[in-house]
Design a protein around this ligand. Sequence first.
Ligand code: PLP
Length: 465
Amino acid sequence: MPNQDAMRSLPSVEKLLQELDTGAFDPVPRPVVADVVRREVATLRERVVASGTPLGDGEALAAVTAAVLGLRAARLQPVINATGVLIHTNLGRSPVGQRAADALRAIATNYSNLEFDLPSGQRGKRAGYLEQLLATLTEAPAAVAVNNCASALVLILKSLIAPEKREVIVSRGELVEIGGGFRIPEIMEASGAVLIEVGATNKTNLEDYQNAITERSAAILKVHRSNFWLGGFTGEPMTEELAELADRSGIPLVEDLGSGAMMQTDQLAPIEHEPTPMEILRKGVGLVCFSGDKLLGGPQSGIIAGRAELVAAIKNEPFFRAVRCDKLILTVLQETVAEYLATRHSDDPSLPHIPVVRALATPVEELKERAQNILAALSSSALQAELIATVARTGGGTMPRSEIPSAGLVLRHPSLKAEELAERLRSGVPPVVGYVDEDALRLDLRTVFPDQDEELGRLLQHLAE
Ligand SMILES: *Cc1c(COP(=O)(O)O)cnc(C)c1O
């Protein structure tokens, strides 16, 4: 028999719903708020029954408020990325450009010619225009887009294997784990391919590949080491040699490139060179695949480019239907690629309006100037803010060695710990995500868009009040 006093200390769901300041929970739908309150009350009831101890004054309201606010914070919403990590997997990888965003709105809110041929009025080919743009961009005979690079790889392998020809040869130095805990051996298993490991972790020779080729071989796969590097006593055949071997053996060479850099990264910033799909295809690789939302700066997608007959086989593979892109992704990808092609062709040497490309290429002097301007606008606050040199990174499992000189702000507060300051900034509208180092909150401006500076200044001002 539960303690009656204790049970009376638990307010009803209806009473709590009335007491909650629902305005503060906007835009969480009312029925969801009610569900959360019911769940919290049930949990509190269990606790009261078990302990026989009454709740404190306002305890139930506080618990319910915290639960609803926690859920509210979890809704997908824009944040200001002040981490200095350009392709931040937890912050949605790459933001897309204005051109793509504008097109997205138009396609999302209207009917479109997704699978309709306007000249003939007949059923049309989905993504035909995008595929032409991708082929031109990658300088490949053919190209196609799917949901992400992991599914692109599964699809490629599925299209290449046959019942008696399932073996795919991979160097032991490339059996990597890529984004989201997905490992190359597991991807191969998912595709039905049989993994044939060759060489050693640090060294694989051309002969290792050659000796593994049999009549059961379906392909040679190379995986770009995008999220780690090998140093010391290492070696691998040149891609050209491997392509020649594959050709002689009548099997395709496939390379999973991951990042999809379209620009010469070493010319944009003082960082290393990331191979582009064009460079890899020129070496004789039959098919490449890469992500759309890493260095390309587009939507989550996986792009496959290469020989026409291999791409055609991919599109005929039944699994293709399961991983094809929806019209919103197709639109964003189409306009992202068109933006690259527009600047590539123009006499105007300006960079494409692709946020990650622009952020990568911003001179550190410009970031310092922006930091100074933000500092100058901060008036008479308890917050101590200073300009600092920082180190930005590409992130997203790309170019782990590349440190990009950057600039930002370091923030200290006389009574708030760095973690508390960081938490306050994250609970603002919009939330700002920085990082804590040496007991101080740091904001890197390389990943903050210039048109967010004013808002960031306002949020900092507010933080100190
Ligand atoms: C990131 C990465 C992938 C996975 O790409 P998703 O688009 O996230 O599926 C695959 N391969 C390599 C080499 C990568 O770097």
